[in-house]
Design a protein around this ligand. Sequence first.
Ligand code: AMP
Length: 263
Amino acid sequence: CMELIKDKPNIAVFDTAFHSTLSPEAFLYAIPYEDYEEFKIRKYGFHGISYMYISQEVEKLIGENKKVIVCHLGNGASVCAIKNGKSIATSMGLTPLEGLMMGTRCGDIDPSCVFQIMKDRNLTVSEVEERLNKKSGMLGISGMSSDSRDIEKAASEGNERAILTEDIYSYKIKKYIGAYSALMGGLDVLVFTAGIGENAFRIREKVCEGLEYLGIEFSIDENNTRKSGIQELSKANSKVKVFKIPTQEEYMIAKEAKAILEK
Ligand code: AMP
């Protein structure tokens, strides 16, 4: 771009920047410290542009200084704990492979699975990397598709592997919601966003099932009613508010770029 359009400024908006507020206990892995010092092996986190946008929208809806968990569930998926507008924990790591189960990525696994699969299947590093990034997740468990629309349809028709896929998928999200609520000392707002978060009713319902102990009164009727734009999915008396908020990463990138140009 710099060569082709010489007289225009180039601006990079990093998807990791929002997570620059993570503290060392949140971003360090318990591996030899020199791997961090020499090679910068640490958690970076992703979907930061989306989280920044959602955080600003939540602020407009219910004000500042809140404890917010955002579930960005697209083809890639992650969760972020945002306390007083700052990312304090997020599920993706050094790469987007860590954390939730995704369309084709495995998310959290015992690192020893990698060594075991390499031995059992006689795979190289790049082959096992491809297996965990491109053949796992929803696709790997269902054996059918990485698209939650296919999984949802098959599950509603009683397909056991599709039901299992939805169960694992929502179990992992629920686990992070519990963990991140503990880290923030409670929760005020839970947000679902991106392709699956904005559209997959069954997943949202499964995730919120049994979260009354946190103060979530989830409205199944509202959840099953498709509406465009921002939608509140919790009941009026819910202590914790649940929202579907469509993310707008392109808008956020443009806004950031504009702010830099105007500096
Ligand atoms: P994204 O990466 O945010 O564009 O999300 C893409 C994913 O969202 C797709 O792979 C689908 O699994 C999911 N998705 C999109 N539309 C729907 C829908 N109407 N119902 C369920 N899942 C959807």
